[in-house]
Design a protein around this ligand. Structure first.
Ligand code: PEP
Length: 249
């Protein structure tokens, strides 16, 4: 049985005032029926870990470097994330693939280091609108999946998030059939590569304009084990109904 996961990506949003949202989330969900993960900006990680201490909300980073340490100004290592109390890291988000020219090979190297440091890696994949219109979605997802996911992956340290680039922050979402097709495909590929035991235990999240009003429909789709949520994770009052929809799925 895969335990469902509601993950929030705060991106470059939030100063210390936003920590109150974590407190509100924990107050609303003292004993959630799903796993909860919030990935705030790096500047808030330490305070976020303290704020959620002993509570159900896990804290994660939004990226880490592939090297364990060294001369990499501005970067953060996986060990630093662990040291501050983070338990997970998002890798290969499309905003990093586009804005920081990260390739799937880069993502795999980062994921290998992060998994070795004991972090759960949330590896993001997704096609552009042009690629979807050219009916290349499954080819793109298949290539990103095989190149971005390291051999060291297990059901505990790997979560895969399908995030169509055109759905992120746009208010657009794929149809349930489109989401289901990609999630079933990713499940098959993971089972082929890692065997049925590991392949079936990896959680598959959908991400891209998940909101309180579409969450239940998305969570009813086969092989959707939760969501990676951007905008609607910033306020506990928006994230709360999404979590409740996942608990009821
Ligand atoms: C994201 O950036 O991971 C995301 C899914 O954003 P949003 O929910 O705002 O579309």
């Amino acid at each position: 049985m895969r335990r469902k996961l509601a993950a929030g990506n705060w991106k470059m949003n939030g100063t210390s005032a936003a920590l109150g949202e974590l407190a509100a989330l924990q107050d609303a969900h003292p004993d959630p029926g799903v796993d909860l993960l919030i990935c705030p900006p790096a500047t808030l990680l330490s305070a976020a870990v303290q704020e959620t201490h002993n509570g159900p909300v896990m804290i994660g980073g939004q990226d880490c470097h592939e090297k364990t340490d060294g001369a990499h100004t501005g970067d953060i290592s996986a060990a630093m994330l662990r040291d501050v109390g983070a338990r997970a890291v998002i890798l290969g988000h499309s905003e990093r693939r586009a804005g920081h020219h990260e390739t799937s090979e880069d993502v795999r190297a980062k994921a290998r280091t992060a998994q070795a440091a004991g972090l759960m890696t949330v590896i993001c994949l997704g096609e552009s609108l042009l690629q979807r219109e050219a009916t290349n979605t499954l080819d793109i997802i298949g290539a990103q999946l095989s190149l971005s996911v390291p051999d060291s992956s297990t059901g505990e340290n790997l979560v895969v998030a399908y995030e169509p680039i055109w759905a992120i922050g746009s208010g657009l979402t794929p149809t349930p059939d489109q989401i289901g097709e990609v999630h079933d495909f990713m499940r098959d590929r993971l089972e082929q590569r890692f065997g049925p035991g590991v392949g079936r235990s990896v959680r598959l999240l959908y991400g891209g304009s998940v909101k309180p009003d579409n969450a239940a429909e998305i969570f009813a789709i086969s092989n959707v084990d939760g969501a990676l949520v951007g905008g609607a994770s910033l306020k506990a009052s928006d994230f709360d109904p999404i979590i409740r929809a996942l608990e009821q799925a």
